[in-house]
Write a protein that binds this ligand. Structure first.
Ligand code: FE2
Ligand code: FE2
Length: 160
């Protein structure tokens, strides 16, 4: 990142990077959770759910990309070793249920991941409102997407 880009960050850059890394790991794990769940599920509702899971999985990967870009801009590095992802994450990883026909559990687990992201991002939006405008806006954008995701899944769950 350039000189002026750095100067306008009033927050502690190391702390910003560490918050961004947590989000980066969460997004990657959500990406994988939704993707592998889409492969795994079976049953009547599975064909309806699969494309929605794959679409959101893709969206979470795009979120991870945006976070990686900001991390690098600030002079940090994204999680380079796959085995460090879980330790870096704030929300953790929820594997798909052992029973591939348990669609209700699948949706509840996705909702858990979305809820954790919404809570964290809403905290981050407040935290960086005055001290790092670019990071603040990134978190705001992600927050908006996760709020949409949650709404979509709540609707699906209510129709089951
Ligand atoms: Fe996301
Ligand atoms: Fe999401």
């Amino acid at each position: 990142m350039g000189k002026t880009g750095r100067q306008i960050v009033k927050a502690n850059v190391e702390e910003v990077i560490s918050d961004l890394l947590k989000a980066y790991a969460d997004e990657w794990l959500a990406h994988y959770q939704y993707w592998v769940t889409a492969q795994w599920i079976r049953g009547i509702d599975a064909d309806t759910l699969r494309p929605i899971l794959l679409k959101q999985s893709e969206d979470e990967l795009k979120h991870a990309e945006k976070l990686a870009r900001r991390i690098i801009q600030l002079g940090g590095r994204p999680v380079l070793d796959f085995k460090d992802l879980l330790a870096a994450s704030g929300c953790g990883y929820i594997p798909p249920p052992n029973d591939p026909t348990d669609i209700k559990k699948v949706i509840e687990d996705v909702l858990k991941a979305e809820e954790c992201a919404i809570k964290f991002y809403s905290k981050m939006v407040e935290k960086y409102r005055e001290t790092d405008v670019v990071t603040h806006e990134l978190f705001e954008e992600l927050l908006e997407d996760e709020v949409d995701d949650e709404e979509e899944w709540e609707k699906i769950l209510s129709k089951l």
